[in-house]
Design a protein around this ligand. Structure first.
Ligand SMILES: *Cc1c(COP(=O)(O)O)cnc(C)c1O
Length: 639
């Protein structure tokens, strides 16, 4: 930030630009005039709006400590409505003759609350479910009571899975078995004969189209799942022989998740349509064309084909899907199929926000160098001090080189015993003063030398954040995914600090040091100084997809508190579902400890301490109370 920008008064508009909230917020998130994050969960209803800091005070007043995973059920509704409305208008626009049926893939967020909410709003549009395992099918059957909705079964199917699916068909569910492996067909045909139930069959196509992004291996020739064209032809032969070609109704493929480039989506449709047309000509019943997932979320708001973004909107996706299918099926005048998509990420990502507080911060010490240095100060340190004194706009690169040289020398001399611990500390202090002076000086430069470009990052603070990356943002740690992170209040105030976030696990991987940026990745986040008297709250946004059940118990941090709210017309809200996070006893029992017997054991240890005159009986009582309260407590940082 240069002098001119600093002089200009900071406004909430600047905050919106800095954190790019308009770009990734999809109209759901914004900033109020007073500098709070606000949420407008109903599309097209800007007047219905809640204030995030107010919700935080409301839920903490009710006794929920941070971190809290906050869900906006209205946003989930809005996304499902948005998907269906977008497809409806594309279907109208192009005169498509088939319909659209969405299904929600359970694996993207399996929590009961989520499935419950989706099947309730989904009923309006016959939005169904996709199950990739036996457990997911069992869950789906208990929540889906809409016989018009599709139930798509992917995943490997054993006899139990198949029998359950066949009975679901008999009960009137539109339950499709999608063949993932050629071998599954024999078992399905055998069980179908044994139970006298006709299956609804589909195949998963192994595409040769390769997509970019994190999950490239899910599509393409080398993908683990699906049938090659050759295997599909063999399946057709088998079905013909069994007289069951009329059961073959669906073609499915899944290019992978988070496909950032619309061209790849179009080109996969082109290939799959060729296969679909071929199957119709072979005499299969068909009628359903299932594109799988892949509809991306623009996490960094850059609207590009960068992996954390996408170069298309939902409306454009729907229009392109409809147009591409029509174009590619027109040649053989194939009847327009019912289109199924299995969008998970785009359906649920927006509706959860992870909220947490900062419980401490640390910054690089740049206290001024004392005027008088001790008499015996070694030359090497005096040389370093000379660098600091001589530093000016014209010799920045040279000073930087010298400072690094002397720093390394000082470290080496300390290591072999030529410098004392106090001399080393003095050397470090002068070094950081130089770095600080460099970063002040480059602010006014037009062209910053390459070495000095990231010097601010060397000086950046560490903010200690009350959450666990491993539990709540596993994709941030495991695959370097970016999520938008920002303060949820004080946005009318200019953030003066550069910081990275360290989580509460004290694991060196437990951090966020990559942040969204219009051009790639930013290595520090602008934040406000933390005040003694006021909690500083941040939010990580768009965390509704994949994060919850992939999260783990690293350092025994358990599930966070989860609160789901509904927003009313007048801007008030009600909590509609709540799940208390794990207690310390809960997480310990997940790893086979028995809290009861631990207490018993510790009681005996405390009794022994009394015998050894280390504590009094009253102290034992207090210690035991503390221990048991600790077991009942929240594993996160409590105040
Ligand atoms: C994971 C998965 C999905 C969901 O993909 P998104 O990109 O989250 O929409 C859909 N279908 C199948 C078969 C999947 O494995």
């Amino acid at each position: 930030m240069n002098q001119k920008q600093r002089m200009k008064r900071w406004t909430v508009e600047d905050a919106a630009d800095l954190y790019q909230v308009r770009e990734w917020g999809a109209g759901y998130f914004g900033i109020s005039k007073t500098g709070d994050v606000i949420v407008t969960p109903l599309r097209g209803r800007k007047d219905v709006c809640v204030n995030l800091p107010e919700i935080i005070s409301g839920i903490t007043a009710r006794g929920y400590d941070m971190p809290v995973l906050l869900r906006f059920e209205d946003i989930l509704d809005s996304q499902i409505i948005h998907i269906h409305e977008s497809f409806r208008s594309a279907i109208e626009k192009f005169g498509y003759k088939g319909e659209f049926k969405g299904v929600y893939p359970i694996k993207v967020n399996q929590q009961k609350q989520v499935i419950e909410a989706i099947t309730r709003i989904g009923k309006l549009y016959h939005h169904g479910l996709e199950a990739g395992s036996k457990a997911e099918l069992i869950a789906a059957l208990s929540f889906l009571d809409d016989k018009e909705a599709c139930l798509v079964c992917n995943g490997y199917k054993d006899r139990e899975f198949i029998d359950l699916g066949l009975y679901a068909c008999k009960m009137g569910f539109k339950c499709f078995f999608v063949l993932e492996m050629p071998g599954e067909l024999d078992l399905i045909l055998e069980r179908s004969r044994a139970l006298g139930i006709k299956p609804l069959l589909g195949v998963r196509l192994k595409l040769s189209t390769q997509a970019s992004g994190h999950w490239i291996e899910s599509g393409g020739d080398k993908s683990l799942f699906g049938l090659t064209i050759f295997q599909i032809i063999e399946a057709i032969e088998k079905l013909k022989r069994a007289g069951m070609l009329d059961s073959f109704k669906l073609l499915h493929y899944h290019l992978g998740s988070q496909i950032p480039n619309i061209r790849e989506i179009r080109s996969s449709i082109q290939e799959a349509c060729r296969v679909y047309a071929g199957l119709v000509l072979e005499g299969a019943a068909m009628g359903y064309f299932d594109l799988g997932g892949g509809l991306a979320v623009d996490y960094d708001g850059s609207h590009t084909n960068y992996m954390n973004s996408c170069n298309y909107t939902l409306d454009e996706y729907c229009a392109d899907v409809i147009e591409a299918i029509m174009e590619n099926l027109s040649e053989h005048s194939i009847p327009h199929p019912t289109i199924i998509t299995e969008s998970g990420r785009a359906t649920v990502a927006y509706y959860s926000v992870l909220l947490f507080n900062i419980f401490d911060s640390s910054s690089i010490d740049v206290d001024p160098v004392p005027r008088e240095l001790p008499e015996n100060t070694p030359d090497i340190i005096l040389n370093m001090l000379e660098v600091l004194k001589s530093l000016n706009v014209r010799n920045l690169q040279e000073c930087y080189n010298d400072a690094i040289y002397y720093r390394d020398e000082i470290r080496q001399m300390f290591k072999i015993g030529d410098l004392t611990i106090r001399q080393r500390a003095l050397g470090d202090k002068i070094f950081w003063n130089i770095i600080h002076a460099l970063s002040e000086n480059i602010k006014d430069l037009k062209f910053v030398p390459k070495d000095l470009m990231d010097i601010d990052i060397a000086l950046c603070d560490t903010y200690y954040a009350n959450f666990s990356v491993f539990q709540s943002l596993p994709d941030s740690w495991a695959i370097g995914q970016l999520f938008p992170v920002m303060p949820v209040h004080r946005l009318a105030e200019m953030p003066e600090r550069n910081a990275i976030l360290a989580d509460i696990t004290c694991d060196c991987d437990g951090k966020i040091d990559r942040f969204i940026d219009k051009q790639g990745v930013r290595h520090a986040l602008k934040l406000h100084s933390v005040k003694e008297e006021e909690d500083y709250h941040l939010g990580v946004f768009l965390v509704g997809a994949y994060q919850e059940t992939l999260g783990d118990l690293h350092n025994l941090m358990g599930d966070t508190n989860v609160v789901s709210i509904r927003v009313h017309e007048d801007g008030t809200y009600s909590i509609v579902r709540e799940i208390e996070g794990d207690s310390v006893a809960d997480v310990l029992s997940y790893v086979e400890y028995e809290p009861k017997s631990m207490t018993k054991q510790f009681r005996a240890t405390a009794e022994q301490a009394i015998r050894e005159n280390l504590i009094t009986p009253q102290e034992r009582r207090e210690i035991m109370n503390m221990y048991e309260e600790g077991l009942r407590g929240y594993p996160y940082f409590e105040k």
